[in-house]
Design a protein around this ligand. Structure first.
Ligand SMILES: Cc1cc2nc3c(=O)[nH]c(=O)nc-3n(C[C@H](O)[C@H](O)[C@H](O)COP(=O)(O)OP(=O)(O)OC[C@H]3O[C@@H](n4cnc5c(N)ncnc54)[C@H](O)[C@@H]3O)c2cc1C
Length: 467
């Protein structure tokens, strides 16, 4: 879709939160011709070396924004996902990202460091500040220093502990259930790994390796440090909290704790790999039911990213959903609508994004629980299933059985092939003409009301006849 830049009316947006969702959204809204202020409580630098995944549905949007060459410099292209038994290292079964499939998807599955992706957008986040309260009716935010700023639209992109969310959703926006697992980021420089023969293959292979342990899992992939251009191995461990609440913060690193990580549940390679790191960053999670409202009834405040749909940390789709949100919102606000259409465009954003994000929220937890099964009959059935598909999975795309491909890929294709811009295009094709020519909408409403009138007349007549 060639979205026109908005020429009619420029709006003033305030984006609360300057991480991936916030900076991507600010970048895209600015591209659409609007004035954007990003308020970020920190110094705007995220030096996180944690590895995130950019599935094709996200890479496609980054390419559209012209970020492809920059991303190529700091990312690794995935070739397959390999499932292994956590304790023995036995390869259970792979999911091969066949060239033919990836070509059809027109975008790659990439691994990128969180800080690298953030830095790419960050130059647009120019104003600093922690927002302490929001007045949705006045379109106003108040920062910790007492600065009052108003805007036509306030975008709440302030993550898991959002201050904007309760304003939009109400108190239930902060009530959830503590997850029984915590996810831990560990970054290992590949030059340390190269000193160990059995770790060398991990320093060169673009596969995403997943070790399925007893009630826990470890996965790892290669990333590029944007400052040194050196490769680093990004490890994520999902471990039980053992009933202890864990901080929902990405910012707090602590010394490596082998007991906490249940390291003895993994094969020697994983143990060796993790011990090469000195620190770990655990991030807890609160599970929420999907929120009904992402837009305040004033039509001036909207939620995006983790503020709107808190996803399990370190899933495959956290950044992807945030970037899709940003693209959806900015594409809607590139349409040739006017300022008076703002509430309508915001509710279109909500309608377009909610079902996809709710489905992703649920499927990410399901997938995490699938790889973290405790030892037992269910885990054995899972492993047997993976072993059974091993031979079929390794066949070339053209030789593979259609049934196997459909079963394996159906859910992924739904996720990977989705295009946030096309979704807006479809919405605009349906509603655009009526929005631009309200008299058309009026005449549709009148004709519908006319039908009701004649129906009422018929009912009244028949009532009279009965009487
Ligand atoms: C420091 C950091 C490191 C991360 N590292 C990784 C990683 O390695 N791998 C990974 O997969 N994901 C990581 N994430 C999470 C990832 O960014 C999100 O899962 C996803 O991209 C969606 O992000 P978001 O922008 O909606 O929310 P978040 O990333 O949670 O960002 C919210 C932003 O809002 C700011 N903020 C919060 N409250 C206020 C307020 N009152 N006023 C102003 N600003 C406020 C925060 O400082 C933060 O910058 C990290 C997040 C952070 C903040």
């Amino acid at each position: 879709m060639n979205t026109p830049r908005r020429t009619s009316q420029m709006l003033r947006f305030i984006v609360v939160g300057g991480s991936i969702a916030g900076v991507a959204c600010a970048y895209a809204l600015q591209e659409a011709g609007h004035q954007v202020v990003v308020l970020e409580q920190g110094d705007g630098r995220h030096e996180s070396h944690g590895g995130l995944r950019s599935p094709p549905n996200m890479t496609r949007l980054l390419n559209h924004w012209g970020l492809g060459p920059a991303i190529a410099r700091v990312s690794i292209k995935a070739n397959r996902f390999t499932f292994m038994d956590g304790k023995s290292g036995e390869e259970l079964g792979p999911l091969v990202l066949h060239d033919k499939l990836m070509k059809a998807l027109a975008a790659d599955f990439l691994y990128i460091q969180h800080g690298a992706l953030h830095a790419m957008f960050v130059e647009f986040a120019k104003n600093a500040g922690k927002v302490v309260s929001v007045d949705p009716w006045k379109g106003m935010v108040i920062t910790r220093n007492g600065v009052r700023l108003t805007a036509d639209v306030i975008v709440g992109a302030d993550g898991y502990g959002s201050v904007v969310r309760p304003v939009v959703v109400g108190p239930e926006g902060m009530k959830g259930v503590l997850d029984k697992r915590v996810s831990v980021n560990i970054t290992v420089p590949t030059d340390l790994m190269r000193r160990h023969e059995d770790l060398v293959p991990l320093t060169v292979s673009p596969e995403w390796s997943l070790w399925l342990g007893h009630d826990c899992a470890t996965h790892g992939l290669l990333t590029v440090n944007p400052d040194t251009s050196e490769r680093e191995y990004a490890v994520v461990m999902h471990v039980p909290t053992d009933g202890k609440p864990a901080q929902e913060s990405w910012a707090r690193s602590q010394p490596l704790d082998e007991k906490f990580l249940k390291l003895d549940r993994f094969e020697p390679r994983v143990q060796k790999l993790v011990r090469l790191a000195r620190t770990m960053t655990p991030t807890g999670y609160t599970i929420y039911e999907p929120f009904d409202n992402w837009v305040h009834e004033s039509g001036r405040v909207v939620l995006i990213g983790e503020a709107a749909h808190p996803l399990m940390p370190n899933g495959s789709h956290n950044s992807a959903m945030s970037i899709e949100d940003a693209m959806t919102l900015s594409t809607l606000f590139s349409l040739p609508a006017t300022k008076s259409h703002t509430p309508l465009l915001l509710s279109a954003y909500e309608e377009l994004r909610q079902p996809r994000c709710a489905a992703t929220q649920a499927s990410e937890l399901r997938k995490r629980d699938f790889v973290c099964m405790p030892l037992g009959p269910e885990q054995q059935a899972r492993d047997d299933g993976l072993r059974n598909t091993r031979i079929r999975a390794l066949l070339d795309w053209d030789e593979a059985e259609e049934e196997y491909l459909r079963e394996t890929w159906e859910e992924y294709i739904d996720l990977f092939a989705f295009d946030a811009r096309e979704a807006v295009e479809d919405w605009w094709t349906k509603w655009g003409p009526a929005i631009l020519r309200p008299q058309m909408l009026d005449s549709r409403i009148e004709s519908t009301l006319g039908k009701f009138e004649s129906l009422r007349l018929e009912v009244d007549v028949s009532r009279e006849a009965v009487a």
